[in-house]
Design a protein around this ligand. Structure first.
Ligand code: F0G
Length: 482
């Protein structure tokens, strides 16, 4: 990805790749989008792909692959045990991170299961910049608690802080003093902090956290799933690293931590996951669990084709031309939205554009899931599917009331190198229309609510007749346009 100047002086994102394989997408008329949304229980996870025009639900497992990744898939060495493919992947990971041991898993949350089972004991705490849904679920399942110690700025929607994912070092020291280091299972840093808007962590902050953890003897775990975006931001926002190549930045980061894990659905544009660890005894404990939950040690639930694609994808993650596309598109989208007055998380992060549903739908109480309602309304207005990242994605408290999220966001994810600039502009236009008609959007309530990770397959209904009114207004305003 690059940015070029047009004659007018405007700076415009320019794709540094060409599309050599395409997939057809459908844009259904608004009436059909309305019925599809109702059918899906107002949950964008339950839409069928054929009903979706632009799938901005996630980047997970849906990033575009390069020709070199595709080519590598053809030379995979298929075998249950000891395949050459595994050793190629192991060597790519060792070159990239310089850590001692590698354990393969079928995806990121599988790493979290193994890490939590190995390192979390009942009553212990895990300190982290911010939780991710599946991370928290695995820690609590093993009897642990989480404490979020991101800087205060991290959970403010608008800010100029370039590293909103940073940990607050005073909070870190305070929690260690209060809990006692023996009660802390580990400290976890999440790269490109997902739930607060894909916000990065600076190297300076990682170094300081690592120093504190090492002085106290507390293991430091790094969730590198969103490393690609974080690398781009270290290089472009942290002055000291502007001339350091992404490979050197990565190795320096890895040298600061004890355990590193990743979802290869994100990092490396493939599918699968992995844990890297230096300590022999932690490695041996984790290794016992791999054949139990994942598969044999030389595939861990991944297919050999995925492993070959991952080995190549990891190397491509160290290329700024490749990893810059998502952050540059996120920024382009956010700039379009800001120009229309739409509230978004700033500065723009990685992963996707994050719309502030609390401000967008300030007439909808949090208990009626404003971010869920906005995600449903956006699908009706555009066929683009985003993801609710707010109260719906939380679990209920023991007394049955909702845990109100600190942010109500609709995430419009940008899988790497999948969309074009006109698709970005289309989505921004439809969001602009929704913004002007925002008072038409109403709340949602559950009709079917799973106990665990309810946002994945819970079903809701609209409170009132707002979805029909929204679709009617769309038809009035756009005439015969899709
Ligand atoms: N850690 C982070 C930071 C993630 O964003 C994810 C997944 C995981 C762990 C779990 O990985 O899906 O391979 O099991 N995030 C996806 C998303 C689901 O849409 O943001 P997984």
């Amino acid at each position: 990805m690059s940015t070029v100047k047009f004659m007018s002086g405007e700076r415009v994102p320019l794709e540094m790749h060409k599309v050599r394989m395409v997939q057809r997408v459908n844009l259904l008329p608004v009436e059909e989008r309305l019925s599809a949304m109702k059918e899906a229980g107002f949950n964008t996870f339950l839409l069928k792909n054929r009903e979706v025009f632009l799938d901005m639900l996630t980047d997970s497992g849906v990033n575009a692959m390069s020709e070199n990744q595709m080519a590598a898939m053809l030379q995979a060495d298929d075998s249950y045990a000891g395949s050459e493919t595994f050793y190629r992947l192991e060597s790519a990971l060792s070159d990239m991170f310089g850590m001692k041991h590698f354990l393969p898993t079928h995806q990121g949350r599988a790493c979290e299961n193994i890490i939590a089972q190995t390192m979390v004991t009942p009553g212990s705490s895990v300190l982290m910049n911010y939780h991710f849904t599946t991370t928290q679920a695995h820690i609590t399942l093993n009897g642990g608690k989480i404490e979020e110690i991101v800087i205060d700025e991290g959970i403010k929607i608008t800010s100029t802080n370039p590293f909103k994912g940073n940990m607050d070092l005073d909070k870190l020291r305070g929690s260690i003093a209060r809990l006692g280091k023996d009660k802390i299972a580990f400290v976890r840093i999440e790269a490109g902090t997902n739930l607060i808007g894909g916000q990065p962590v600076s190297m300076e902050n990682m170094k300081a956290v690592s120093q504190i953890c090492r002085a106290e003897g507390i293991p430091l775990v790094y969730d590198a799933s969103l490393l690609a975006d974080n690398l781009y931001f270290i290089k472009t926002r942290e002055a000291e690293y502007k001339d350091t190549c992404p490979g050197d930045i990565t190795r320096e980061m890895a040298s600061l931590v004890d355990v590193l894990y990743f979802s290869a659905r994100k990092l490396g544009a493939s599918r699968g996951g992995g844990i890297l660890v230096n300590d022999d005894s932690i490695f041996l404990k984790m290794r016992e669990l791999i054949p139990l939950y994942e598969g044999f040690l030389t595939y861990g639930g991944m297919s050999v084709r995925e492993m070959e694609a991952l080995a190549v994808g990891l190397r491509e993650t160290l290329d700024m031309g490749v990893i810059s596309q998502t952050p540059i598109f996120v920024e382009a989208m956010c700039n379009e939205l800001i120009a229309k007055g739409i509230p978004v998380v700033t500065p723009p992060g990685g992963l996707g554009a994050h719309v502030d549903a609390m401000a967008f739908c300030d007439h909808i109480p949090q208990e009626q899931y404003p971010a869920g309602a906005l995600a449903a309304a956006l699908y009706i207005a555009s066929g683009a599917r985003g993801m609710e990242r707010g109260t719906l994605s939380e679990s209920r408290k023991p007394d049955g009331t909702d845990t109100l999220a600190s942010m109500e966001l609709v995430r419009l994810a940008f899988p790497k190198r999948v969309f074009t600039l006109s698709q970005v502009k289309y989505t921004a236009d439809r969001l602009g229309w929704l913004w002007e008609n925002r008072k038409l959007i109403g709340g949602l309530r559950f009709v079917e609510e799973p106990r665990v990770l309810r946002f994945f397959f819970g079903r809701l209904e609209a409170i009132g007749n707002w979805p029909n009114e929204l679709a009617e207004q769309f038809r009035k305003d756009f005439g015969d346009s899709l």
